[in-house]
Design a protein around this ligand. Structure first.
Ligand code: HEC
Length: 156
């Protein structure tokens, strides 16, 4: 191989490392509590039955299944204890900011709205229990967001 080839290969190798790197990050140096949480989540449901959800929520579910399986299984968010709009807002943003996530704000919003809608039905008792413990302000803000998202999608 002559020198010219190196200059063509180097950027390609760098690009490969940068794009593959984040996919392994999820498995690195985890403490026991985190490992237990991952094992519990992954032992649960791998998909959500969205057949009774509005059509647009079903479409958002497709985006969620595509974007949120790049670094870990979908069962992580499906079986997690996050359920409130405020929790999903923080978490989706955190995932969007991970290197290489490739989730733009439009997809992020659709995924967030899917997760809030789905939690309000599939994790209803968890949502209610969390709302009970929240401060009056937080409670009102979360309840308003759930209502807003239902109004947006249920009419279609
Ligand atoms: C670029 C890689 C990447 C993508 C894409 C990604 N995640 Fe993650 N996710 C991680 C990593 C790394 C962790 C573990 C560390 C952490 O919690 O920050 C994680 C952990 C999680 C957890 C578990 C947190 C806990 O405390 O149990 C949830 C829930 C989650 N992700 C949801 C999502 C959702 C929803 C999406 C899609 C919007 C998504 N992830 C997309 C990398 C990613």
């Amino acid at each position: 191989m002559n020198q010219k080839h190196i200059w063509i290969l180097l950027p390609l190798i760098t690009l490969a490392c940068v794009s593959v790197g984040p996919r392994f990050a999820a498995g690195e140096e985890l403490d026991d509590a985190t490992k237990a949480r991952i094992a519990k989540a992954e032992a649960g449901a791998q998909t959500v039955d969205v057949s009774h959800y509005p059509k647009e929520i079903q479409e958002n579910y497709q985006i969620f299944s595509e974007k949120c399986t790049q670094c870990h299984k979908l069962s992580r968010p499906i079986n997690s204890d996050y359920a409130l709009p405020s929790e999903w807002e923080r978490y989706v943003k955190r995932m969007m900011h991970k290197p290489g996530s490739g989730i733009d704000s439009d997809s992020g919003k659709k995924i967030y709205e899917f997760l809030v809608y789905d939690s309000s039905i599939r994790k209803k008792s968890l949502v209610d229990a969390k709302l009970e413990k929240a401060s009056p302000d937080e409670r009102k803000s979360d309840e308003d967001k759930i209502k807003e998202i239902h109004q947006k999608y249920d009419s279609k």
